[in-house]
Design a protein around this ligand. Structure first.
Ligand SMILES: Nc1nc2c(ncn2[C@@H]2O[C@H](COP(=O)(O)OP(=O)(O)OP(=O)(O)O)[C@@H](O)[C@H]2O)c(=O)[nH]1
Ligand SMILES: [Mg+2]
Length: 329
């Protein structure tokens, strides 16, 4: 894998949808607004009251980070880093504190592997996995819309044969977007759907196959094994497949969802995260917990229910948004 600067990575993903970029910042700011207002208010007040970055300010910082849902470990680590660096710094104002924090946040983001460019293969296979209701099917549709807009031939596999209505839900999206879908009947073996979709994709010269899978709890051993089986079938039929396994996480679930997410990384080989429902969450700090605790990059964020409500994640703009810095867009 070639590693890229985050700006290059964002460019690579932006290219996938010419004209569809409505601005990461504009869309995500809605979701992050509450978060950064809260962090800054707490910090501003604390710094003013103590005339410098002292222990009470650091306690407020930790509390603000916790309320933004970065998680206890990450809040503690960030506060410790800021404490040691603030001691050595001559500047003690809130701006200095923000700068330190921004740098520490960027370090957390840099600690996870950066995604390379899309593998240059004839057929690129993406699995979407996650717990029930996280947004897998909607994200499958959103990604398909981006691929189509980029001029690539797309195919969808309705591999959630388990939940009643799941196949119809994806069919409705496929019809709306004008993209083909491979489906079997409810209750069929998802591996058989996958096999047929892979065969169809190869026969039709499709560039990108998205595989929508059933929601499952990480504790259900047989369901996790089913995913492993699907991975083996994909690899057998298409070299290197699945090229990407996206773990779809619901931002409103908060930090508690990360323990189960970790199991998906181990058992389902997730390579990146799509964080959905950021529009309905004032807990944008969870992005940091994902980077620090899962060591996975966030590739996209979902900011609504329509096809174009998916934006490529841009780490540096996120860090600034979290701290309320204005970035012109
Ligand atoms: N506000 C908002 N709603 C979203 C977003 N992504 C998905 N949803 C909604 O969340 C609900 C669940 O989405 P699905 O795509 O069906 O989730 P799923 O993971 O496929 O669910 P299962 O297949 O049942 O496991 C739907 O009502 C979606 O419209 C998002 O980014 N923002
Ligand atoms: Mg679904």
């Amino acid at each position: 894998m070639r590693y890229l600067a985050s700006s290059e990575m964002a460019e690579d993903r932006k290219d996938a949808a010419p004209g569809a970029r409505t601005g990461f910042f504009a869309k995500v700011k809605r979701g992050l607004f509450m978060t950064h207002t809260e962090i800054l208010e707490k910090l501003g007040t604390a710094v003013k009251e103590s005339l410098g970055i002292d222990e009470s300010v650091l306690a407020s910082l930790e509390e603000a980070l916790l309320s933004a849902d970065v998680g206890a470990d990450t809040a503690d680590a960030l506060t410790r880093s800021v404490r040691s660096r603030a001691g050595a710094s001559r500047r003690q104002d809130v701006e200095a504190l923000k700068e330190l924090l921004l740098e520490e946040i960027e370090k957390v983001i840099a600690s996870a592997p950066r995604p390379g460019p899309r593998a240059d293969v004839p057929l690129f296979v993406t699995f979407l996995v996650g717990v029930n209701g996280s947004g897998k099917t909607t994200t499958t549709a959103k990604l398909a819309a981006r691929e189509k807009a980029a001029g690539r031939a797309v195919l969808l596999a309705a591999a959630d044969t388990f939940r009643a209505g799941a196949i119809e839900q994806l069919q409705t999206w496929a019809d709306r977007l004008g993209v083909p879908l491979v489906r079997h009947r409810e209750g069929a073996d998802p591996s058989a759907v996958l096999f047929d979709a892979l065969s169809a994709a190869k026969a039709r010269g499709v560039a990108t196959l998205f595989v929508d899978t059933a929601g499952r709890l990480h504790t259900k051993k047989n369901l996790m094994e089913e995913l492993a089986k699907m991975r083996r079938i994909a690899a057998r039929e298409v070299p290197g497949a699945p090229h990407e396994t996206l773990l779809v996480l619901d931002a409103t679930t908060g930090i508690n969802g990360l323990e189960q997410a970790r199991r998906f990384v181990e058992a389902a080989g997730a390579t990146g995260v799509v964080l959905t429902k950021l529009d309905g969450s004032a807990r944008g700090g969870i992005v940091l917990a994902i980077y620090r605790e899962l060591k996975l990059p966030v590739l996209y964020v979902g900011v609504g229910e329509s096809a174009d409500d998916l934006v490529p994640f841009e780490p540096s703009e996120y860090a600034k948004a979290l701290l309320g810095d204005d970035v012109a867009h």
